[in-house]
Ligand binder design. Structure first.
Ligand code: ATP
Ligand code: MG
Length: 599
């Protein structure tokens, strides 16, 4: 589901595809919806912000991950949307750790999220302040808001069993039934809620519910639960609380305390919007929050073919050892994509190109690969690499070049269109490595490379004529022989006089370097591996990784981890950020030169 193509993610405004979020923001800015807002310098209640300075941020958005895993490509989309809109309109985007669940937060995931947002090129520092927040810092306010809802008659403690509560909620065709506890007085509810807080009741014995409308056609409005009892230690607040807010209650409050203007989420939350508005309006009415309250906007989540974007399922791949960790280059995590050779530019381009709309759909994996090719093509140094080496001997080398040990200096531009990057140097010699696939003893029609009697050019070198091959006992070709054609060296006068149809890449046996090359393919064989509740592990691609011993040209001796290259004729490769070292060259295939994914 690709959108019309802009030239670049960082292109000027006029060239960007418009989307409904931009239209909403632009009309809010034109109408001055948020013009008079004040900002207290940190998140806080209505009084805190009212006492602050006029807000320098035109709008505020937020990216609110739960720190329970590594971020994936879907999160990259959300980061680019939220931070991108704030940047484009003079606003600020907050990084908020949504840590209201008292599950053990892992510092590893917090650090990973911070790294990922920075790596993508975004930052939460603005107007001299850091806008990195933790939702668990708002527990005190949330509790106060809950008491306000109780005292104003908008919430009650429900002591029905979980089963009764479920039955009485009704369903799409059947309205809910009021809880027998719904008509308690505010005083009684407050007393019970404080008992909940004071650990006087067991986990699960009662909950606090908002009193909205049990007959609403929107099930989210049928008295949603807003607090539950849960004796669990929290990484930030320790054992201070044994009651915790539900996500549907916590999230709007977090947005409001942070003065978010445009709270952007995915379509699954569309039916939550009336509740979001109901809750914040109640707290504005009570004077707890500053008006105007944040507003929620939903767009279609990113779904990409052959990719899973559920942290739980990605965690299963890691835990069951199906991949080599969160940063396995086949993983759609940002650490995995980075190790695979993806650049921040390519992911920002993907986010821009897939657009934000209300219409769901699938983005073809080839869209992502196209973004990477486009962002690497203009800058990645070129190099020759032979991934499946076969020895070729130039039998008349000694006679023509002044001895079998003679070498011939050859060079090529580092980048064909960027002369400033200079030239790379390598030697042609009597024995070179060629791709096994570039020789056929019995050529099929249309094969223009090496076969007995045919002439080809060794790229950047001379023309050779194939004279034969040697096979081992099993019939496998182990060596190819050829004769050099005199006066055909690339770049010398008259070298074009001999016309050839085929050009082959090569490296000399004498100056080539050995490298481990990891050839990655899609992780799943099915385009929608987890659709319809399917077991995604059943469609794992057994051939998603092939490791080969390759030989590469000497210029790659200087490659450092994360350096990206185009291996001529093959594709884009990156020096592996974990295993590559000066004495152990390891390259990962990022993307092939041509699209092999198209349907
Ligand atoms: P998961 O189900 O994998 O845990 P999540 O959405 O629960 O994902 P969060 O950490 O809560 O993960 O997500 C942080 C933000 O990223 C949310 O605002 C969410 O809407 C957004 N997000 C997650 N996945 C996608 C996606 N595929 N496309 C767009 N936005 C996404
Ligand atoms: Mg979540």
């Amino acid at each position: 589901m690709s959108k019309p193509v802009p030239p670049h993610a960082d292109a000027p405004e006029a060239l960007k595809p418009s989307n409904f979020l931009r239209q909403v923001i632009e009309s809010d800015l034109a109408a001055g919806t948020y013009a008079g807002r004040r900002w207290g310098g940190s998140p806080g209640d209505g009084a805190h912000h009212a006492a602050g300075k006029p807000d320098l941020a035109t709008i505020r958005t937020r990216f609110p991950p739960e720190p329970n895993g590594y971020l994936h490509i879907g999160h990259a989309k959300s980061i680019c949307v939220n931070f991108g809109l704030a940047r484009d309109y003079g606003g600020v985007c907050h990084l908020r750790f949504d840590d209201t669940n008292p599950e053990k937060e892992e510092q590893e995931f917090v650090d990973g999220i911070i790294d990922a947002v920075h790596w993508l090129g975004f930052d939460w520092q603005a107007n001299g302040e850091s806008h990195l927040f933790h939702a668990s810092d708002y527990f005190d306010f949330m509790y106060r808001a809950a008491e306000y809802l109780i005292t104003s008659g908008r919430a009650y403690v429900d002591e029905q069993s979980a089963e009764d509560m479920r039955l009485n909620r009704g369903d799409f065709g059947r309205p809910g039934v009021d809880s027998p506890f719904r008509q308690r007085t505010p005083e009684h509810n407050l007393q019970r809620f404080r008992e909940m807080r004071d650990a006087m009741h067991p986990d699960g014995s009662m909950v606090l519910r908002a009193k909205v409308d049990m007959a609403s056609p929107n099930i989210n409005l049928r008295d949603p639960t807003i607090y539950r009892i849960r004796r669990a230690e929290h990484h930030n607040t320790g054992n201070k609380w044994c009651i915790y807010p539900m996500y549907a209650f916590a999230h709007p409050v977090e947005d409001a305390l942070e003065q978010i203007t445009h709270s952007i989420c995915t379509l699954e939350f569309e039916d939550q919007r009336p509740w979001y508005d109901w809750l914040l309006q109640a707290l504005v009415d009570g004077g707890l929050l500053h008006a105007p309250a944040p507003r929620q906007y939903e767009f279609a989540r990113l779904n990409m073919s052959y990719v899973i974007t559920s942290k739980r399922k990605l965690a299963a791949l890691v835990q069951e050892g199906r991949v080599d960790g969160w940063d396995d280059p086949r993983m759609p995590t940002l650490v995995g994509l980075r190790r695979r050779g993806y650049t921040p530019e390519s992911l920002r381009l993907m986010a821009e190109r897939t657009g934000t709309s209300k219409a769901g759909g699938w983005t073809d994996y080839s869209t992502l690969e196209g973004c990477l090719r486009e962002t690497l093509d203009g800058s990645a140094p070129r190099a020759m690499a032979v991934l499946d080496p076969l020895r070729l001997v130039i039998t008349n080398w000694g006679a023509l070049m002044g001895g079998d040990a003679a070498t011939d200096d050859c060079s090529a531009p580092v980048h064909p269109h960027v002369p400033a990057l200079g030239r790379r140097h390598f030697k042609l010699a009597r024995e070179v490595w060629i791709e096994r696939g570039d020789f056929e003893e019995m050529p099929v029609k249309g094969f223009f490379r090496l076969f007995p009697g045919n002439r080809v050019r060794l790229k950047y070198g001379h023309v050779i004529e194939c004279t034969g091959c040697t096979k081992d006992a099993t019939g496998a070709v182990v060596q190819v022989q050829a004769a050099l054609v005199a006066d055909t060296k690339s770049g010398t006068p008259g070298s074009d006089a001999v016309k050839v149809k085929g050009v082959v890449t090569w490296v000399s046996v004498a100056d080539s370097l050995e490298a481990e090359v990891r050839l990655y393919d899609r992780l799943f064989t099915e385009p929608q591996p987890d659709a319809g509740g399917r077991d995604f592990l059943a469609s794992l691609n057994p051939d998603s990784l092939k490791v080969v011993r390759a030989v590469v040209e000497p210029s790659l001796a200087n490659a450092r981890a994360d350096d990206k290259f185009q291996f001529e004729r093959h594709g884009y490769f990156v020096a592996d950020r974990v295993d590559h070292a000066p004495n152990r060259l390891v390259f990962n295939l990022s993307v092939s030169l041509k699209d092999s994914w198209a349907k």
